[in-house]
Ligand binder design. Structure first.
Ligand SMILES: C[S@@+](CC[C@H](N)C(=O)[O-])C[C@H]1O[C@@H](n2cnc3c(N)ncnc32)[C@H](O)[C@@H]1O
Length: 251
């Protein structure tokens, strides 16, 4: 497979072209099987009226968890011995996902908590707290071979940052800020290592890899998101002359 390339395909098809034990780090953010508010009114005073919720497209929780297991099984196959993996998820599925990482052969290591300081506000009519936490499950194939320890107070399993805003924000509902991805990539991989993200979304993992002098491969099934990735990569290339002749791309 071509390095520094995102393939417009279902990741389970794409995986078939990745060799066994060829990837140094997995960093990914699969669909969450979550309902998302579609039609929100009166957001200003937080007494919102939500008339529609949309699920991520799986028929049942069982089907969703089976999909995650199939993906993680492929991640295990393509990971080098000692590779780390990081997978974003919500609090509703985290304990299942921990178990699935171990079922497919990984060692589960820790859950990292991202506190979003500006989450989507609590919806008055749902009588629930705002969802201000997202979780990042860390796992490894055997003992991690790379562990670039930062300062002690940067090694907590907690990170705080606003959701993507301003120039970084693209039209992707679940875009992760570079700021909450890069530290883990730096800790668990070295320059020139290969990072895999089967669910590229708006291309955050690809950007984070390029910004830290790593390589990447990835997949994204949605054409519109592939266009966003393409634009983001082009924006990045405008600031960097190092890639002439081997520019990262979407295929
Ligand atoms: C949670 S989002 C990833 C967001 C990403 N971390 C970012 O910062 O932009 C998950 C992405 O996976 C994509 N996706 C869903 N099923 C897929 C599949 N079977 N193969 C490849 N991509 C898929 C969705 O279109 C979506 O963009």
């Amino acid at each position: 497979m071509e390095i520094n390339c995102i393939y417009r395909t279902d990741c389970l098809l794409g995986f078939k072209n990745i060799e066994d034990e060829s990837v140094d780090l997995i960093f990914t953010d699969p669909p969450y099987y979550q309902s998302r508010a579609q039609n929100i009114k009166n957001l200003k005073n937080h007494k919102d009226v939500v008339t529609e919720f949309k699920f991520d497209g799986y028929a049942s929780e069982e089907e969703y968890l089976q999909f995650i297991e199939n993906v993680l099984r492929e991640c295990y196959r393509v990971a080098k011995n000692g590779a780390s993996g990081y997978l974003w998820c919500g609090d509703d599925f985290v304990s299942y996902i921990n178990r699935i990482t171990e079922k497919v052969g990984f060692q589960f290591r820790k859950v990292i908590h991202w506190h979003k300081t500006n989450p989507f506000p609590a919806i008055h009519t749902r009588k629930m707290f705002a969802n201000s936490m997202e979780l990042l499950v860390h796992f490894s194939k055997g003992s991690p071979k790379t562990w670039n320890h930062k300062r002690v107070n940067e090694m907590h399993n907690f990170i705080e940052s606003p959701i993507c805003m301003g120039k970084e924000r693209k039209k992707h509902q679940t875009q992760k800020p570079l700021k909450v991805c890069i530290p883990f990539i730096e800790i668990s991989s070295n320059e020139n290592d290969l990072i895999l993200d089967p669910f590229m979304g708006s291309g955050t993992t690809a950007l984070a890899a390029l910004m830290t002098n790593r390589s990447f491969i990835g997949f994204e099934i949605d054409d519109n998101y592939c266009k966003i990735i393409d634009e983001r990569l082009k924006e990045f290339l405008l600031q960097s002359k190092d890639f002439q002749g081997k520019e990262p791309k979407v295929k």
